[in-house]
Design a protein around this ligand. Structure first.
Ligand code: ATP
Ligand code: MG
Length: 452
């Protein structure tokens, strides 16, 4: 069966693209062509390709720079010109699973595609396995502060019930972890928890992502697609950053939460869903209601059970335990057993942690590397003074009117983009978002490299 396999072909040479597309279609695959990186980015989000064939030399981008974005989404076969085997090797090191040199023979193409598809299915299994493995970890959340114990109590209380939960808290405090803990201690634990990041979905795709669509519901809807609500059937749908959900969808969401029924886009019949909704936000939803950007009826429905996760500086006793935990975490490959010096612990406890647990995790990850073979982590390995400077930085904008939040966001993004010469990874780092989301913002704000 090749029918369900979607191949994204990113190749600026249209003649070659057509030829390859034809060959792949003959083999029974569904192929989408993108002739530039710009097109490719859109196709990644809208088509969700199973694998990608990628010409490293594109007019609008450096192939090596964007390769990580592609490999994160799906296995990648790179296409390189004859004679540039070095580049092929570099691309494989950067995460590509196969390479093809031009001219491409049909046999090579078929073989490479088959292998990449195998990678794709392995990857899915691995993700599944990892999800399952986490279920077995007893203490999903580390901490012994009173404030966090309060959160544990609420999780225990609400987990067995089926009601909607709103998890509030600053960025990086562990909201998603709380959602996982609820799901895993609920009767739905054997089913999926499907996370949906409401920030990253494009407005026009949101509805079809969530509710699915019928064939022909809109241009490009070539076949019926299940929405995430259906994927989460029997399990939990985790709507992350619910404050970002567009207004027209708020009403539809309320309806499915209240009645359990919804319609696919372009559908004429109601479907019913048995899905639990857990939502999270780091915004002040109550204030958004007052400002009129969030529906009050949906808010009251969601806020029926609220868990507020405290910031790290409100529970400083958890800092050493978490630091130790990250130091000994198997995720960070280490050769040496390491400890924290007293001074390092003191510095960790005294710091204000604007990025909360996520920042602590990053600091420890970095400290492990920076300290090299030293068995004990010292304050200078933590690099906290430097990051405090960064957080204390003065940023100024001027507008000729009172700016909206969105305008300030855009202005700040453009400023960073210029300051960092369009370097995605560094911008992502400063903003505390993924590189992929940085690409999305570049798209949203219409920034081009010429604005560097
Ligand atoms: N109590 C905890 N014990 C262990 N790890 C934690 C704890 N709290 C948070 N973490 C870790 O910190 C990181 C950030 O947590 P998480 O993604 O849940 O935060 P969040 O509140 O959803 O952040 P954001 O608002 O940015 O989405 C993750 O790597 C998570 O595993
Ligand atoms: Mg989160």
């Amino acid at each position: 069966m090749t029918g369900g396999k979607r191949i994204l072909l990113v190749e600026d040479d249209r003649t070659l693209a057509q030829l390859l597309m034809h060959q792949l279609e003959e083999l029974g695959y569904t192929v989408f062509c993108a002739y530039s990186w710009h097109d490719a980015e859109q196709a990644i989000t809208s088509k969700d390709p199973t694998i990608t064939i990628f010409d490293m030399r594109l007019p609008d981008v450096d192939g090596f720079e964007v390769l990580p974005v592609l490999t994160e989404q799906s296995p990648v076969i790179v296409l390189t010109a004859y004679g540039s085997i070095d580049n092929a090797v570099r691309a494989m090191k950067a995460g590509a699973v196969e390479y093809l040199t031009k001219p491409v023979s049909p046999e090579q193409l078929e073989l490479a595609v088959q292998r990449a598809l195998e990678s794709a299915s392995l990857r899915r299994n691995y993700q599944f396995y990892r999800q399952r493995a986490e279920v077995d970890i007893g203490g999903l959340m580390i901490g012994k502060s009173k404030a966090l114990k309060e959160v544990f109590k609420l999780i225990e209380l609400v987990a067995p019930a089926d009601n909607t939960v709103l998890i509030q808290g600053d960025s990086g405090v562990g909201k998603e972890l709380v959602a996982q803990a609820i799901h895993q201690t609920s009767r739905r634990a054997g089913q999926n928890m499907v996370p949906v990041d409401c920030c990253t979905l494009q407005e026009n795709l949101f509805e079809s992502e969530l509710f699915g669509h019928e064939r022909g519901a809109f241009l490009g809807a070539e076949r019926r697609k299940q929405g995430l609500i259906e994927v989460a059937e029997g399990g939990t749908l985790f709507l992350d950053e619910i404050g970002e959900i567009p207004a027209p969808l708020q009403a539809k969401l309320l309806r499915v939460i209240e009645t359990g029924s919804f319609r696919r886009l372009g559908g004429t019949t109601d479907l019913t869903s048995d899905t639990r909704f857990i939502t999270s936000t780091n915004r002040d939803l109550a204030q958004m209601v007052q400002e009129g950007s969030f529906r009050s009826d949906l808010y009251y429905r969601l806020a029926a059970f609220v868990i507020t996760v405290p910031t790290l500086r409100e529970r400083r006793e958890d800092i050493p335990i978490l630091a130790e935990h990250f130091l000994n975490s198997r995720d960070f490959a280490r050769q040496v057993q390491k400890n924290l010096s007293r001074e390092a612990i003191e510095e960790l406890i005294g710091y204000h942690w604007p990025g909360n647990v996520r920042e602590l995790r990053n600091v420890m990850e970095r400290a492990i590397l920076v300290s090299g073979p030293a068995p004990e982590i010292q304050p200078e390995h933590l690099g906290l003074a430097a990051s405090a400077r960064r957080h204390g930085r003065k940023v100024e904008f001027s507008f000729n009117h009172e700016p909206t939040l969105e305008e300030v966001k855009k202005a700040y993004f453009l400023k960073l983009f210029r300051e960092y010469g369009g370097h995605r990874a560094r911008i992502a780092n400063v903003l505390g978002i993924s590189e992929r989301n940085t690409y999305r913002l570049i798209d949203r704000y219409g920034v081009s490299d010429s604005q560097r």
